[in-house]
Ligand binder design. Structure first.
Ligand SMILES: C[S@@+](CC[C@H](N)C(=O)[O-])C[C@H]1O[C@@H](n2cnc3c(N)ncnc32)[C@H](O)[C@@H]1O
Length: 200
């Protein structure tokens, strides 16, 4: 877990991971099982889990450290993604994962949704060319909102399914803690992969 992570802006690879591998970020990583599994599967990449709640992040760090072989390509940071452009330099991030982000159902809170146009603009500033945002949710209103925001922001939809677990994209899907819970309840899981438009 990294304290004051903004001091590494622009040099995460060199100073923290000590390699030149691409950096992938999960925003709102919760207890971290998704990004931990990804880090094990892809030692050729670097991974950063960002979480704003310290109590939740502590669980993620404890779980990662309790493993027999904790991945050396995984770091956790307590940070509010609203300030993501202070954390990463332009093009420093190769991909962003948003899993079961808080839906913020009240209209007046729409700017807090992690797929709002305000957040898409921030992601665009830190994503490397070709970098995507991968988003999963069981919340139809949030999913519809995300599609509208992507369109309004000129983003390109790469993949879209409203029933991930009964689609060809299920293969290779890594479950998150919330996904596990929602699937058990019988909820449909939706997935969207999108990237900033070409004329950025
Ligand atoms: C509903 S939980 C999902 C956790 C996990 N991704 C999963 O799928 O199991 C959403 C998490 O996102 C975190 N979160 C929400 N807004 C955030 C923000 N702006 N920056 C960082 N983390 C955030 C919350 O604290 C919470 O732990």
């Amino acid at each position: 877990m990294i304290d004051e992570p903004v001091r590494f802006r622009g040099c995460f690879k060199e100073r923290l991971f000590r390699n030149d591998h691409p950096v992938y970020v999960e925003i709102g990583c919760g207890k971290g099982s998704f990004i931990n599994a990804l880090a094990h599967l892809h030692p050729e990449n670097n991974y950063i889990g960002i979480e704003k709640m310290s109590s939740v992040l502590l669980r993620a760090v404890q779980k990662a450290e309790a493993q027999e072989e904790a991945p050396s390509n995984l770091l956790f940071m307590r940070f509010d993604a609203e300030r993501i452009t202070e954390l990463f330099a332009e093009g420093e991030v190769s991909g962003i994962y948003l899993n079961f982000s808080d839906p913020w159902p009240k209209d007046r809170h729409h700017k807090r949704r992690l797929t709002s146009r305000e957040f898409l603009k921030r992601y665009e500033a830190v994503l490397a060319p070709g970098g995507c945002v991968e988003f999963k949710t069981d919340n139809t209103a949030l999913f519809d909102f995300s599609l509208e925001e992507a369109e309004a922001s000129g983003w390109e939809i790469i993949l879209m399914t409203r029933d991930l677990h009964h689609s060809p994209y299920k293969e290779g899907n890594i479950m998150t803690e919330y996904e596990d819970r929602f699937v058990t309840l019988g909820n449909r899981i939706m997935k969207l992969v999108m990237k900033p438009g070409e004329d950025r």
